[in-house]
Each structure stands twice: as structure tokens, then as C-alpha cells.
Design a protein around this ligand. Structure first.
Ligand code: FMN
Length: 191
């Protein structure tokens, strides 16, 4: 871990240009305390998982994704909710990141989960499913505070900026908690 600040890799489980979840990751970079840096990764270039492709060598975008996870002190995932779960785009990226077997850059990483939806439950069900996968990936998910952005159309402006002050405050609180969680876990590591 770099001295004095925590490096967080943020990515969203949506490829949509106007994605509220992408906007949420950008907002996290804006509201982060000064000792937390959020670097944004785009899942755009990651192809659909195929073991035939894996056996010929990991695609460049997957290599870059894995490197970015490995270099980060902590991870922030913004997930949409699709059919009461998290989207295939995100599952696909997580599946690639954990390959080949035994080379999992998520292992031991502190991870915070947030999500934005146009509906009224704020990605609650998506986040629960995602936490199940994060457990398998041997991450250390942060439990609180929860950031569940409901009615996203009312909370982001036309430029895709998170305009809702309450959500900005909560997002900042989550990043403070993720920073503290990251330091706490780092202290526990065996020498
Ligand atoms: C295939 C599909 C399924 C969806 N299912 C849900 C759902 O189960 N719950 C929910 O709250 N919103 C659901 N939505 C609405 C999404 O939450 C909404 O489109 C959201 O803006 C997507 O995130 P994004 O803006 O980051 O792309 C669904 C949207 C799509 C396209």
C-alpha cells in the first residue's frame, strides 16, 4: 500500500454510455476524501468468457483488468440490477478476472459494493447476489454503510453528475469506511 493514501479501483457493471452506475463511480472519485484515490476502469473491452480463448492466452483487456485489480488497495463496484440480480456484463468480468484457476487478483481485497437503479429497491437484490460471488472470490466485502440509489433518474442531472446531496454524502461516508477497512485489514497481514 502506498504511504498516505489508499488506491481504489472503481468499475461499473454497465456498458451503457449514460449509465447511472458509471456515473456513480465517477461521483465516488469526486467525493472521495483526499487520502483516497478512485481510479476508474471500464469493462467495455472485455469479451465474453470462453475457455477456448483462455487457453490461447488471456485477452489484453482481461490482462489489464487483472493488473488494475492487483495494483489497487481496494475495489469499488457499482452494480445495476437486472432481473433481481447483477448483470451478466459484471459476472463475465469477474469470471475472467478469476482465470486461470489459482490466479485470482481479488483474493484478500477489501471491496465495497454500491448500485443505482431507476426502480425503488436500489439494487438490493443485485448487491446480495454479488456479495455471494465476492465471498467465493475471497474478497473482504465492506458491510456498511450501504449505498442503494433508488429512482436514479431523479438523482443524476442531464450531464450524468450525481446531483443528490444526500447520496453524495453517503458515498463519501462509504469511501471513508472502505479506507478504514483497508487499513484495518492491512494491519492484520502476517509479516
Ligand atoms: C434487462 C434489464 C433488467 C432489469 N431488471 C431490473 C430489476 O430487476 N430491478 C431493478 O430495480 N431495475 C431493473 N432494471 C432497470 C435498471 O436498473 C436500469 O435500467 C438501470 O438504469 C441500469 O443501470 P445503468 O444505468 O447503470 O445502465 C432492468 C433493466 C434491464 C435492461
Amino acid at each position: 500500500m502506498a504511504k498516505g493514501w489508499v488506491r481504489v479501483l472503481g468499475f461499473a457493471g454497465s456498458l451503457r454510455r449514460g449509465s447511472y452506475n458509471r456515473a456513480l463511480v465517477r461521483a465516488a472519485a469526486e467525493v472521495a476524501p483526499e487520502d483516497v484515490r478512485v481510479e476508474v476502469f471500464d469493462l467495455d473491452g472485455i469479451p465474453l468468457y470462453n475457455m477456448d480463448v483462455e487457453q490461447q492466452g488471456l485477452p489484453e483487456a482481461v490482462v489489464a483488468f487483472k493488473r488494475a485489480i492487483r495494483e489497487a488497495d481496494a475495489v469499488l463496484i457499482a452494480t445495476p440490477e437486472h432481473n433481481w440480480s447483477f448483470p451478466g456484463v459484471l459476472k463475465n468480468a469477474l469470471d475472467w478476472a478469476a482465470r486461470p484457476s489459482g490466479d485470482n487478483p481479488f483474493r484478500g481485497k477489501p471491496v465495497a459494493v454500491v448500485g443505482a437503479t431507476t426502480g425503488q429497491w436500489g439494487t438490493l437484490r443485485a448487491q446480495l447476489h454479488l456479495r455471494q460471488v465476492l465471498a467465493y472470490l475471497e474478497t473482504h466485502p465492506l458491510s456498511r454503510p450501504e449505498v442503494l440509489v433508488t429512482h436514479a433518474r431523479e438523482k443524476f442531472d442531464a450531464e450524468g453528475r450525481l446531483a443528490d446531496e444526500g447520496t453524495r454524502t453517503r458515498l463519501r461516508e462509504l469511501l471513508v469506511a472502505l479506507r478504514d477497512w483497508t487499513y484495518q485489514l492491512a494491519r492484520r497481514e502476517a509479516p
